[in-house]
Design a protein around this ligand. Structure first.
Ligand code: NAD
Length: 261
């Protein structure tokens, strides 16, 4: 329970990797603020599960990550409710798969807003609280696509490369204040985001479901296994420990060897 008394905000945590982060922080005793879309009953069940695990409160904030003012308000609300902002995970993300010449400009804008600009708004609002407390952890879920590209993912690859640059910059600005800022870059993790991508890639490349999984997704991953959300979240939890206090400005891969190739 080493996070007892601390507040952790995880954007995009009603599903997938974000939910695994929320569970990991709650398991360590933190008050968790979850965010993201979903059915009211399912969100209430997640809140109850997290509160039972932590022995502390768990809130849901419905802020839309495409709207900068809602993102900033999410951080302000968490501070008002709990009196602190110790840990933030920029995790909300969407994907769109399309060749550049057909890439809809509104999809470009949405991917950049949710996967990159929301992290800017979260950091801008959270850093003053962390500097004041002399302690903070900022973690962003980047991707193997922050290091290498794949065809048909122009906006996603641009956003994830940008997220690493943003994190390195804020790491330098906060290094003397007890705040660390890092990216975690998973390979393919079996979540609803990947499930949707399978359908898009089947359409875009005229492939079967099995061909997309074996020849497109896991082809890049030498372990030939999907990463699990819990493996990603476990590294995030480690970054909150005292032993990780010297890790800042890093982009840590959890990608089954993908970017070693
Ligand atoms: P997911 O689809 O399971 O979850 C995405 C979450 O973001 C959901 O809670 C959803 O409600 C929320 N969200 C989406 N749009 C939002 C918006 N406008 N405002 C607020 N919340 C919004 O996806 P996931 O696979 O768990 O992805 C989480 C993160 O991990 C993303 O940043 C993604 O790019 C990254 N990632 C995923 C993989 C993978 O293989 N799944 C690999 C590398 C990186």
């Amino acid at each position: 329970m080493f996070l007892k008394g601390r507040t952790a905000i995880v954007t995009g945590s009603t599903s997938g990797i974000g939910l695994a982060y929320a569970r990991a922080f709650a398991g360590a005793g933190a008050t968790v603020v979850i965010n993201g879309f979903g059915e009211a009953g399912a969100i209430a069940a997640i809140r109850a599960e997290l509160a039972a695990a932590s022995g502390a409160d768990a809130y849901h904030d419905p802020a839309d990550m495409t709207r900068g003012e809602e993102v900033a308000a999410l951080v302000a609300q968490a501070a008002a409710r709990t009196g602190r902002v110790d840990i933030v995970v920029n995790n909300a993300g969407i994907q769109h798969v399309s060749p550049i010449e057909d890439f809809p400009p509104e999809k470009w804008d949405a991917v950049i807003a949710i996967n990159l600009s929301s992290a800017f708004h979260v950091m801008r609002a959270a850093v003053p609280h962390m500097k004041m407390a002399g302690w903070g952890r900022i973690i962003s879920t980047a991707s193997a696509h922050s290091l290498v590209a794949s065809p048909n993912k122009a906006a996603y690859v641009a956003a994830k490369h940008g997220l690493v640059g943003l994190s390195k910059t804020v790491a330098l600005e906060t290094a003397a204040h007890g705040v660390t800022v890092n990216c975690i870059s998973p390979g393919y993790v079996w979540t609803p985001l990947v499930e949707n991508q399978i359908l898009d890639t089947m359409r875009a490349r005229g492939l079967t479901r099995e061909q997309v999984i074996d020849d497109v997704l896991l082809a890049a991953q030498p372990t030939k296994k999907f990463v699990t959300p819990e493996q990603v979240a476990a590294l995030g939890l480690f970054l909150c420990r005292y032993e990780a206090a010297s890790i800042t400005g890093a982009n840590l891969s959890v990608d089954g060897g993908w970017t070693a190739a």
